[in-house]
Design a protein around this ligand. Structure first.
Ligand SMILES: Cc1ncc(COP(=O)(O)O)c(C=O)c1O
Length: 386
C-alpha cells in the first residue's frame, strides 16, 4: 500500500495552541493587546534582548529595522544573494540599493570577504542571513561594521532558537529580525519579531509598526490610556494581533522540545549521508547551536546520471516533498534588469543553488518518516550512480 505523501513542512500544533487561541477569541481582544505584550516580554527574555517588537512578519521587522536606523534613498545595504525575496526587497522599500554579495560554499552564509569588498562610502548597513538556522560568521561582520560605521541587521528568519558563542541569536547585532511564518521553527501563522538593545530604535519600530501613531491601540482604549493620539510619521500597519500572540506564546514555550526533535532528525541525516560520496553536506558548526530550520544536501553531479530537478521529481514520486533554498536573488528578472547582474557574478551561490535540495526536517516527522527520506535519498544515489 502506498504511504501518504510526506510534505516538505508541517506546523507542530497541539491542543495547547488550540486552547490558547480559543482563549484569546473568548477574551474579546483580537488585535494587539495583552497577549502581544506578554509574547514580546517572554521572547525578549528568551533571547536576552532588552526590547522585542512583535509585528506581522519578518519582512515587516526588517523594513522597520532599516527605517529605524535611518536607511534612505542614497544608501546601500549589503545583502547575500542566497536568500529569500524579503531580505533585499525591504531595502528597495526605502529607495536604497541592495548590494548583493556571494556566499560561502561551506554553509551558504554571507562571505565576509565579499561583504567587505562591497562596502562603499554609501553603505549604511549589512543584512546577513543565518541560513537554515546556522548562525553566520558574525565576528568579521561585526568587526567590519565597527570599522566602517555600519549597522548590522540580522535576518534571523530561520534562526530561532540558535546560539552563537554561547549567546542567543537576537542579542548580538544591532537589530535582529525573526519570522513566525507557518513553516518556521515557531509559528504564529504569520508573524515576526525585531529585537534590539537600543531604546530609540525599539521606540521608532513600535511607532512605525502602527501608523506612526505615538501610542499603542491597547493603551488608547484601556482605562490607563486615553482617546488622544498623535501621528508623528506616515507609518505602516505591521502590528501583531493577540490571536497570533496566543499561538506564539505556546510555541515559544515548546521551542526547545521542537528543536530537540529537529536536532535528532539532523543527526540521523548526518549519520546516514556523511559517507555518501554523491552528496555534500553543509558545515553545521556547533551542532547544538543550530536552529535546524533547514537540512540541505548538495548533489555531486560528477557521481550521478540525474540532475537536481530529476532528483526532486524522483523523491516526489516516492512520496517525499522537498524544496530549494534559494534561487539566488541575482538570477531573478527584477535584480538582473535593475542592477545588471549576470548569473556568473556570484559563482559560489550559483553553483550551490544548482545542486541543492532541502529535505523535510520538522518536529511532527516520525522516526518512520525520517527513515523514508534516508532510504529514498540513499536509494536514488545508488540507482543513478554513474
Ligand atoms: C531568509 C528569509 N528572510 C525573510 C523571510 C520572510 O519572513 P516572513 O514571511 O515572516 O516575512 C523568509 C521567509 O521565508 C526567509 O526565508
Amino acid at each position: 500500500m502506498a504511504r501518504p505523501f510526506l510534505p516538505f513542512s508541517l506546523p507542530d500544533i497541539t491542543a495547547a495552541e488550540a486552547d490558547a487561541v480559543t482563549g484569546a477569541l473568548r477574551s474579546g481582544w483580537l488585535s494587539t493587546g495583552p497577549r502581544v505584550r506578554r509574547f514580546e516580554v517572554e521572547f525578549a527574555t528568551r533571547v536576552g534582548a532588552k526590547h522585542a517588537v512583535a509585528v506581522n512578519s519578518c519582512t515587516a521587522a526588517m523594513h522597520l529595522a532599516l527605517e529605524a536606523v535611518g536607511v534612505g534613498p542614497e544608501d546601500e545595504v549589503v545583502v547575500p544573494t542566497m536568500t529569500f525575496a524579503a531580505t533585499a526587497e525591504v531595502v528597495r522599500y526605502l529607495g536604497a540599493r541592495p548590494v548583493l554579495v556571494d556566499v560561502r560554499a561551506a554553509d551558504h552564509a554571507i562571505d565576509p570577504v565579499a561583504a567587505e569588498r562591497a562596502v562603499t562610502p554609501r553603505t549604511r548597513a549589512i543584512l546577513p542571513v543565518h541560513y537554515g538556522g546556522k548562525p553566520c560568521d558574525l565576528e568579521p561582520i561585526l568587526a567590519l561594521a565597527r570599522t566602517r560605521n555600519l549597522v548590522v541587521i540580522e535576518d534571523a528568519a530561520h534562526a530561532f532558537p540558535a546560539r552563537w558563542h554561547h549567546r542567543a541569536i537576537g542579542s548580538i547585532g544591532d537589530i535582529t529580525c525573526f519570522s513566525f511564518y507557518a513553516t518556521k521553527t515557531i509559528t504564529t501563522g504569520e508573524g515576526g519579531m525585531a529585537t534590539t538593545e537600543r531604546d530609540d530604535w525599539a521606540e521608532r519600530m513600535r511607532i512605525m509598526s502602527l501608523h506612526g501613531i505615538s501610542k499603542d491601540a491597547w493603551k488608547r482604549y484601556t482605562a490607563e490610556g486615553s482617546w488622544y493620539y498623535e501621528i508623528v510619521a506616515p507609518g505602516f500597519k505591521y502590528n501583531m494581533g493577540d490571536l497570533a500572540a496566543a499561538l506564539g506564546l505556546v510555541q515559544l514555550a515548546r521551542a526547545d522540545e521542537m528543536l530537540a526533535r529537529r536536532r535528532r532528525i539532523a543527526r540521523a541525516y548526518f549519520d546516514a549521508f556523511h559517507s555518501n560520496d554523491a552528496l555534500e553536506l553543509l558545515d553545521p558548526g556547533p551542532f547544538d547551536d543550530h536552529a535546524w530550520h533547514l537540512f540541505v544536501v548538495r548533489l555531486r553531479p560528477e557521481t550521478l546520471r540525474i540532475d537536481r530537478g530529476r532528483f526532486i521529481e524522483e523523491l516526489k514520486t516516492r512520496g517525499i516533498g522537498t524544496s530549494v533554498h534559494f534561487i539566488p536573488l541575482h538570477l531573478h528578472p527584477y535584480y538582473r534588469r535593475t542592477y545588471g547582474y549576470e548569473p556568473g557574478d556570484f559563482p559560489v551561490a550559483l553553483d550551490c543553488y544548482q545542486r541543492s535540495i532541502s529535505l523535510p526536517i520538522y518536529s511532527k516527522m516520525t522516526d518512520d518518516d525520517v527513515h523514508r527520506v534516508i532510504e529514498a535519498v540513499t536509494d536514488l544515489t545508488r540507482q543513478h550512480r554513474r
